[in-house]
Each structure stands twice: as structure tokens, then as C-alpha cells.
Design a protein around this ligand. Structure first.
Ligand code: NDP
Length: 248
């Protein structure tokens, strides 16, 4: 049986992923930090999908909290064999506004997006059995010099490299891969973007070879694949799920 922890599962891609695992009959630990009501809704959806769900509040950017989260999830589910490091944040800063990318912003993005994954994986490796899987959420922004800000883009590039480093040291016991979403709609992602324009966002889909924006379900499908036996000989890869943005 899959015993899955999804970090940042209160909304968006994390919620969709938690529910998709539940539909397969998995036990799912739903991590959130500040959005308790939304996390309760994820729990309701997980249980409606016939999975067993558990809520675990933790700020994954804090080393001690991330460590405690892994232990608590493993205790609640009586084990842990899939870890999805999905929690992530950004700040919206035009790439050419170098002065706006302050040390505070670099710190919070690096801690939340990168160090959190290292701390969760470090503790998970102690409790996960042979054959377990870790999937990290990177981004096309970590592959191309574009996206919401330079600190975000660099943090996502770091996740792709961290994934390879961890795959190296945790093989063959645990496979570690990353997924790089393109532009995904129906998430809370643009909430802090003062230049966000829904029409422009939608019309941007025309520039994507697949002619549509992504959905959280597109990303959840890729995560489920990388956490399944079907990908049993794959480790250390970064799977772009972006409708072909990389060929444009
Ligand atoms: P959302 O902004 O919709 O949700 C972010 C989630 O992360 C929330 O559940 C939030 O929980 C959680 N989170 C943030 N900080 C912390 C923290 N310190 N501790 C624990 N949880 C935290 O994100 P998306 O669903 O859009 O994105 C999910 C992942 O996919 C992210 O890593 C993102 O970088 C990546 N991605 C998304 C893209 C997109 O277009 N949406 C594109 C490329 C990559 P809470 O509210 O409870 O704090």
C-alpha cells in the first residue's frame, strides 16, 4: 500500500496530487502551513475518494518542523513510502529589476523551496523502506531563465540538481525524481502577482505547442507515474510537464 506525504497539499497541485493518490487507495498525509480550512477541504476530498487522510501542519522551511513532519506522517500512516515535496513559494519580480531581488527574498525562497526538500528527504531516508519514491516539484523556470523572479528560477534549478544528488546517494533503496510544471492554471500561484491579467494568461496558451495551459491534474499524473512501479528504473531525472514549452 502507498503511504504518501504531500507537502503543501492545502490547494493547487498539492491538493490534486493528494486526491489522485487517494483514488488509488493510498493513505495520504496532507501537509499545510497556513491554510487550514483549505487543507480540511483536501482531507474531505481524499476521504471521499476512499483514501485515508491525515492532516499535518508544519512549516517545511524550518528544519526542526520539516523533520518532525516526516516523523509524524510516518507515525500516522504506519509508514512512509512516497514523499512528494510540493510546497513552494515565489515573489513576482521582473528579471531585469535586479535591485528588487533583496537578500531577504533570496533567503526565504531558498529556505522554502530548496532547503525544505533537503530536510524532508534527509529524515524520510531514515524511515522509508526499500522501493520507496521521492518526487520533487521543480519548474520550467528552473530550466529556462524566465518565470516569476530570478531567485525563484534559481531555487528551482537548485531543486533539479538536488534531485540528482539525492538520487545518487539514495539509490537503489529510494528513487528520487523531479517534475517541472509549465504554466498551470487553477492554482493560487498568481495571487501575489500585481501584474497578473487573466486574459493575457489565457491567451499565452497560444504560444504553447499543446495550445493550452496546464491543469493540476496534468502534474498529478506525472507525479503518480514517477511514484509507481512503471517508472521503476528511473531515478535522478527531471520530467518537464509543460505542453512542449521547451521546444519553442
Ligand atoms: P500554490 O501557491 O497554489 O500552493 C502552494 C502550497 O505550498 C500551499 O499548499 C501552501 O500551503 C504550501 N506552502 C507554502 N509555503 C509552505 C511552507 N513553508 N510549509 C508548508 N507548506 C507551504 O502552488 P501550486 O499548486 O501552484 O504549486 C505547487 C508547486 O508547483 C510549487 O512548488 C511550485 O513552485 C510548483 N510550480 C507551480 C507552477 C504553477 O504554474 N502553478 C509552475 C511551476 C512550478 P499553505 O497555504 O497552507 O501555507
Amino acid at each position: 500500500m502507498q503511504k504518501v506525504l504531500v507537502t503543501g497539499a492545502s490547494v493547487g497541485i498539492g491538493r490534486e496530487t493528494a486526491v489522485a493518490f487517494a483514488k488509488q487507495g493510498a493513505r495520504v498525509a496532507i501537509n499545510y502551513n497556513s491554510s487550514e480550512a483549505e487543507a480540511r477541504e483536501t482531507l474531505r476530498l481524499v476521504e471521499a475518494a476512499s483514501g485515508r487522510g491525515f492532516l499535518v501542519k508544519a512549516d517545511v522551511s524550518d528544519e526542526a518542523a520539516a523533520t518532525a513532519l516526516i516523523r509524524e506522517a510516518a507515525r500516522l500512516m504506519d509508514g512512509l513510502n512516497v514523499l512528494v515535496n510540493n510546497a513552494g513559494i515565489t515573489r513576482f519580480i521582473p528579471f531585469d529589476d535586479l535591485d528588487a531581488a533583496t537578500a531577504d527574498i533570496w533567503d526565504v525562497l531558498y529556505k522554502t523551496n530548496v532547503e525544505s526538500i533537503f530536510f524532508c528527504c534527509r529524515e524520510a531516508a531514515k524511515v522509508m523502506p526499500e522501493g520507496s519514491c521521492i518526487v520533487n516539484l521543480a519548474s520550467v523556470s528552473g530550466m529556462l531563465p524566465r518565470g516569476s523572479s530570478i531567485p525563484y528560477s534559481v531555487s528551482k534549478a537548485a531543486i533539479i540538481h538536488l534531485t540528482k544528488c539525492l538520487a545518487n546517494v539514495l539509490s537503489p533503496k529510494i528513487r528520487v525524481n523531479s517534475v517541472s510544471p509549465g504554466v498551470i492554471q487553477n492554482t493560487r500561484w498568481n495571487a501575489g502577482n500585481k501584474n497578473f491579467n487573466m486574459d493575457q494568461y489565457q491567451s499565452g496558451a497560444e504560444a504553447i505547442p499543446m495550445k493550452r495551459l496546464g491543469e493540476p491534474g496534468d502534474i498529478a499524473s506525472a507525479i503518480l507515474y514517477l511514484a509507481s512501479e512503471r517508472s521503476g528504473y528511473i531515478t535522478g531525472v527531471n520530467l518537464p510537464v509543460e505542453g512542449g514549452m521547451n521546444v519553442k
